[in-house]
Write a protein that binds this ligand. Sequence first.
Ligand code: V4E
Length: 254
Amino acid sequence: MKKNSYEMYATKRKANQAYHWRTVRKTLNAVVGEMSVEVERKFLCSADILKTLEEIGVCVGQLQFRDQYFDTPKFDLTLRDVWLRKRKGRWELKCPATVNVTEGTGGEQSKAQAALCTRYKEITNLPEIQLRVKEVIKDICADRETNSSQEDESWLSKMNLVCFAEFTTVRRSFTLEEEGVQIDLDQADFGYHVGEIEVLVPEGGDVQSALEKIERTARKLGLTGDQRVEGKMTVYLKMNHPEHYAKLLSEHVL
Ligand code: V4E
């Protein structure tokens, strides 16, 4: 049923507020050093899905950003599924989230849907990032002092970290009336397009409910298919670092 203009205004206002608070929460997390778990399902966006998204969602913005990913020359971080990147001048670290005991309590159908989602801790506080990276590569880096200014990158060479991937993404973001769900449509400059449904959960929060929100959203968008869809980085590695990509596959990181 078509919405009247007041309902459309109210929906758009609610979605914009949700988007605003999500951004505020991420920034606050970075300042106080808290972590969120990002639960995410990627999808390939067909013309029909885009049409549905434009009908039921609210576009809350378009932005362009450049990602630089860092690792040691031997890929010690990514082989442990730890992803260090600089985006829009800020450092971010993604590492696997431990699975919550309440997860997977649904039926077989829900379990299959949950398997299409990834769950990663996102750390945005630089001293915390440096600590985590040191823990992962402790055998190969001498325990030297690091600093915590976003601009000073001398800690990278101290930890033997080099940039192994760099690309630009144009991202269109949507929200739905469903509380806390964001849908991003990404277009990477190496020719890959991918969508993602994302819910941010405070650490220790309810991952199961995030999975349910993603499942409901996927149904509303008419997503079909039971295969995990590749992310931008997976496709980038396949194209630019095929040997490392093969190793990540054989180690079951990707
Ligand atoms: C490769 C990878 C990570 C790096 C980030 O990759 P991706 O999710 O493609 O980036 P992006 O730009 O969508 O990040 P966002 O803006 O959502 O924060 S983090 C985890 N992995 C591994 C991985 C995996 N094993 N499976 C899938 C489907 N995606 C990523």
